[in-house]
Design a protein around this ligand. Structure first.
Ligand code: ADE
Length: 328
């Protein structure tokens, strides 16, 4: 894969020479080209910004240097997808990282100040696919740190970049559609077996691979419910779709409850996220009940509303009824 980066701070990208991504670049699995935007600035001061039309604070990046830079970089090495980091862009996800890892070539355009004149992206769209992408709900001083984040997330998914290909499939969020799809990872352990009196969970020493996979999924579900109720809600909503399909159309879901962790979970899942089996639902339910207990004491009137936010109302009807009864 080839990655071109256009920036006014080429030195910012020194970290691409170290660690996993640096090694991948040394082997030739990724080729990085970092370009200084000021090369395409035409005035004596190499200026790349100007005051915003309509007034307001800060400066806006001028269209001319960007237009010329993108033309030159695009023609230098064939078709590419342009990625423009911006706090107003689409949220960058593991799934997007996996999609980008399949592209032969990406160009990143790092804006600074108040952003790049909007006509630059409009004009670029005529020649190549363009995505404006945000790495989170906060504002950075420029796109450079976002590009470092995205190149690491993308680069580690390229074939041969991480030693154990399965560890990418098992990642939190599981963008590859593996058993962790839609979940965040639980705890991990290494030797010694006992450290400061704390033991590694015995199941991990049992050699029972199905039990270990189930335990890991249990932990992932609990962690997801505790730390990322938004993700738990999406999982539960996927389950609701599946439940409706099973009830209404007699879809073959019965076997789902008996499936162990790691079994094919694609069927019925929302947007490719893992489907829930009976044990998964039980765990989400328990996690919800624990939260409900706290909430019941604090503000009972918010219970139904909060239950919906956690996605519990989207679970099977009998589960919802039991939840509401338990918290009544
Ligand atoms: N540039 C400034 N803030 C950003 C963010 N949150 N994500 C991507 N690019 C940005």
């Amino acid at each position: 894969m080839r990655i071109d980066i256009i920036t006014i701070f080429p030195d910012y990208f020194g970290p691409l020479e170290v660690s996993l991504i640096g090694k991948a670049a040394q082997r030739g699995d990724i080729t990085f080209r970092v370009h200084d935007l000021r090369t395409w600035a035409r005035d004596a001061h190499h200026s790349v910004d100007d005051a915003p039309y309509g007034g307001g604070p800060g400066m806006v990046m001028k269209p001319e240097p960007w237009g010329e830079a993108l033309d030159a970089v695009l023609t230098a090495a064939g078709p590419a997808r342009l990625v423009v980091p911006s706090p107003s862009g689409l949220p960058f996800t593991q799934r997007m990282a996996a999609e980008y890892a399949r592209e032969p070539r990406l160009i990143f355009a790092c804006g600074r100040y108040e952003g790049i004149d909007a006509r630059v992206v409009e004009d670029a769209r005529v020649r190549m696919p363009v995505d404006e992408v945000s790495i989170g709900d906060y504002v950075l001083a420029g796109g450079e740190p976002a590009v470092l984040v995205m190149t690491e997330a993308i680069g580690r998914l390229l074939p041969g970049v991480i030693g154990n290909a399965r560890s990418a499939a098992d990642d939190s969020f599981g963008g590859g559609g593996g058993p962790m799809a839609g979940l965040i990872e639980g705890p991990v352990y290494t030797r010694p077996r006992v450290w400061r009196g704390r033991e590694v969970p015995p199941v991990l020493l049992s050699g029972d691979h199905a039990a270990i996979a189930r335990w890991r999924r249990d932990c992932a579900l609990r962690t997801t419910a505790a730390n990322r109720p938004d993700l738990a809600a999406r999982l539960a909503a996927g389950q609701a779709v599946t439940d409706t399909a099973a009830r209404g159309e007699g879809a073959a879901r019965g076997a789902g409850a008996a499936r162990g962790a790691g079994a094919a979970r694609g069927a019925g899942a929302a947007e490719g996220e893992g489907a829930l089996d009976a044990r998964d639902r039980e765990l989400l339910f328990e996690a919800g009940l624990r939260r409900c207990g706290t909430l019941k004491a604090a503000a009972p009137h918010r219970l139904t509303q909060q239950g919906r936010a956690w996605g519990l109302a989207a679970l099977a009807e009998e589960t919802e009824a039991a939840l509401l009864q338990a918290c009544a």
